[in-house]
Design a protein around this ligand. Structure first.
Ligand code: ADP
Length: 167
């Protein structure tokens, strides 16, 4: 597996699947979630609404992942996963690792050879970048998968530096 780190906007990635740092409601939100729904168009939201009513009436649990179409994005699929909200009082690193593991499992089920990840939980969910980067890289490296090309698409210099330092 090749792992690359780049600065950019995940919605522009030419990959089989892009991972969305969604919230459990699956109906869109801010940050990368908002960008994916804005750029991908209404087809993504329509599938999310169906998943929510049919399969996840209480929301998608933290650490799990589900696929939808990527709508108008260059990618073929969006894999939605729900990261943990950071808390100083509780170690949620296992849940963050679960996001990467579940997303790679879904990618394998789809037959996706290339996957782009954002820095899950490091925005609105406030996970410290250096810790999140270590968990992300370690988990992706240690997860058995057929995905050959994993890209971490970091939105700003701080996120890119944190991932480079953790590499
Ligand atoms: P979470 O709720 O999991 O914290 P956010 O979307 O708020 O999710 O933030 C996750 C990371 O995604 C943050 O580092 C944020 O800067 C980054 N981000 C926001 N928009 C984009 C985008 N278009 N492409 C890639 N990363 C993005």
């Amino acid at each position: 597996m090749r792992i690359s780190l780049l600065r950019g906007d995940i919605t522009e990635q030419q990959v089989d699947a892009v991972v969305n740092a969604a919230n459990s409601g699956l109906l869109g939100g801010g940050g990368v979630d908002g960008a994916i729904h804005r750029r991908g168009g209404p087809a993504i939201l329509a599938e999310c609404e169906l998943l929510r009513t049919r399969d996840y009436p209480d929301g998608l649990p933290t650490g799990q992942a589900v696929p939808t179409t990527a709508g108008e994005l260059p990618a073929r699929w969006v894999i939605h996963t729900v990261g943990p909200t950071y808390a100083q009082s509780a170690d949620r690193s296992a849940q963050l690792a679960d996001c990467y593991r579940s997303s790679l499992r879904v990618a394998d089920e789809l037959g996706a050879g290339s996957v782009a990840f954002p820095a899950i939980s490091t925005g609105i969910y406030r996970y410290p970048l250096d810790e999140a980067a270590r968990i992300a890289l370690r988990t992706v490296r240690e997860t058995p998968t057929d995905v050959a090309d994993v890209r971490f698409v970091l939105f700003d210099d701080a996120a890119l530096s944190a991932f480079e330092a953790a590499r």
